[in-house]
Write a protein that binds this ligand. Sequence first.
Ligand code: DX5
Ligand code: ZN
Length: 221
Amino acid sequence: MPILAPSILAADLSNLQQQIRLVEIAGADWIHCDIMDGHFVPNISFGPIVVKAVRKCTNLPVDVHLMIEEPDRYLENFVKAGADSLTVHQEASIHLNRTITRIKELGIKAGVAINPSTPVDSLKEILEFVDLVLIMSVNPGFGGQKFIQNSLRKVKEAVELRKKLNASFLIEMDGGIDNMTTKPALDAGCDVFVAGSSIFRADNISAAAAELKNIINRQHK
Ligand code: DX5
Ligand code: ZN
């Protein structure tokens, strides 16, 4: 079943518990947390303290996307804070195999993310070791950006490689996911849909999440 993962980057953090509740009742599957360090990406968001707060607010899996340099330094902190999956950027990981192995040793799911300009092929040697492949459909750093269309081709390439390698990772799409882009992403072969602004900036947060959930579920009924 496809997975809806609302990103709290766009949420009202002064009311985290209520905001999470609103997406839970709409059928959200995971809660996505965007960690930005002001170096790997030009923006700073939040760190393990907020992930810990999210963990206290929900029983849903907490999906942590590290947009940070030297991710190895912080893996344990995020696991201790309650992350169920940790995704590092290929571009920020010099020893990617070591990093992925370490995340799995810590007992949670390991993911790798790529920026819009990074080819899927660059992941070939790591694909059999990861649980998640996150394909950025905007340049990471900010919510509310326009979906980059050729990301769909990259999803298809990842689907092909998964088949070829007989691997089992989930394909996650992140950036500009809304009621227009979700269906094409689903058709391309996406398994996990991260959505920030289209959910948390909507007038009715639950209705917006339910609408996306409906789109991704339609094909599976
Ligand atoms: C972007 C983050 C995304 C972001 C998506 O750098 O990785 O997870 O929250 O936000 P929207 O859905 O607004 O594009
Ligand atoms: Zn993200």
